[in-house]
Design a protein around this ligand. Structure first.
Ligand code: NAP
Length: 326
């Protein structure tokens, strides 16, 4: 089968497209004919050797896919050959076939196409875990989302609205903010000029946001710690800025606020039942029309370099998806 292969750490240009053997299906796994592969910022970290999980070489990147089950391993009783599914194999998604633990595979709702399904799991899964289990976001609270037009950010905007929050979307350009507005954001903050804190304070009568969802880190995090409301929760989701910020703990004391870590991968391993409930809730919200997954760009598998560089060049909006077969 055709697959993108990482032989050594580097930029997307370092990867190769190769013919490799189909993966073997072990007990408890299924084989999936991949129709579409969802890309994520962490893919760019992993191929560069900068991610928290680094598989041995050679490996095929790609954490999430949608496709059709073509083989079912021993012991798998709840999935069948021919079923349309989305899956979170962790690696291996950027190829024509991938194996995945059955527990990381979900049948796709009828009206969800492969392209949408391929980009659904990680961003919505992370953001529902962040807002629900970690921040315990309440209806009527103010949610500030940084990087609000990115994959994780846009999912947080939609979920925040679905949970009844007033959502302030923050991003670096007006065109990115326009996407967040189309997906339900109540207020928009352009931090392209470097100013986040004062604008958020202005929109919240000087109080700050109750929950801040931060997939960006760096200087924006520092500012976020200064526009959090009393008893607020700052969600540490990621560091796309490239800088892991330091936290002045006196601010936690002064605001009576909490710094809350979000690690969706570990959550899925440690609390599989809650994670499954989250997925079912996401499907219901999708069916109701509360979630409108936005795939801004699709690329054929062969154009994996251009597709990954969308993230590297800070251009991703919503989801970027590789189409692998029709
Ligand atoms: N904690 C978890 O469990 C978990 C799970 C999944 C993903 N994540 C993390 O969440 C973050 C977002 O992932 P994603 O796939 O949603 O990424 P994405 O679609 O590329 O969005 C990231 C956003 O970060 C902002 N950004 C600021 N500086 C950037 C830079 N130098 N390069 C690229 N983007 C920059 C961009 O918005 P502006 O231009 O508007 O600033 C962009 O929209 C990543 O750090 C990822 O590792 C965490």
């Amino acid at each position: 089968m055709k697959a993108v292969v990482c032989q050594s750490y580097g930029p997307p240009e370092n990867l190769t497209l190769e013919q490799i053997p189909d993966p073997d299906v072990a007990q408890g796994q299924v084989l999936i004919d991949v129709h579409a592969a969802g890309l994520n910022f962490p893919d760019t970290l992993q191929i560069a050797g900068k991610y928290q999980f680094q598989p041995p070489f050679p490996f095929t990147p790609g954490a999430e896919v949608a496709g059709v089950i073509s083989e079912v391993g021993e012991g798998v009783t709840d999935l069948n050959v021919g079923q349309r599914v989305m899956a979170l194999p962790g690696i291996g998604g950027m190829g024509e076939r991938v194996v995945c633990k059955a527990s990381e595979v979900d049948p796709i709702p009828d009206r969800m196409d492969f392209t949408t399904a391929a980009g659904f799991g990680m961003t919505y899964g992370t953001s529902i875990h962040a807002l629900k289990q970690r921040a315990q976001l309440q209806s009527g609270e103010t949610l500030l989302v940084l990087g609000a037009s990115g994959g994780v950010g846009l999912a947080a905007v939609e979920l925040g609205k679905a949970y009844g929050a007033r959502v302030i979307a923050a991003a670096s350009t007006d065109s990115k903010l326009e996407i967040a507005k189309q997906h339900g954001a109540d207020e928009l903050v352009n931090y392209g000029d470097g100013n986040l804190k004062d604008k958020v304070k202005e929109l919240t009568d000087g109080k700050g946001a109750d929950v801040i969802d931060d997939p960006v880190g760096g200087d924006l995090f520092e500012q976020a710690t200064r526009c959090i409301n009393w008893k607020g929760r700052i969600l540490v989701v990621g560091f796309t800025s490239g800088t892991i910020p330091k936290y002045p703990t006196n601010l936690a004391l002064l605001k009576g606020c909490a710094l809350v870590g979000v690690f969706w991968g570990a959550f899925r391993q440690r609390e599989p039942q809650v994670s499954r409930e989250n997925t079912q809730e996401l499907f219901k919200l999708f069916e109701k029309g509360d979630l409108k997954p936005y795939v801004s760009q699709t690329f054929p598998l062969e154009q994996y370099v251009a597709a990954l560089n969308v993230f590297v060049n800070r251009q991703a909006m919503g989801k970027v998806v590789l189409t692998v077969r029709d």
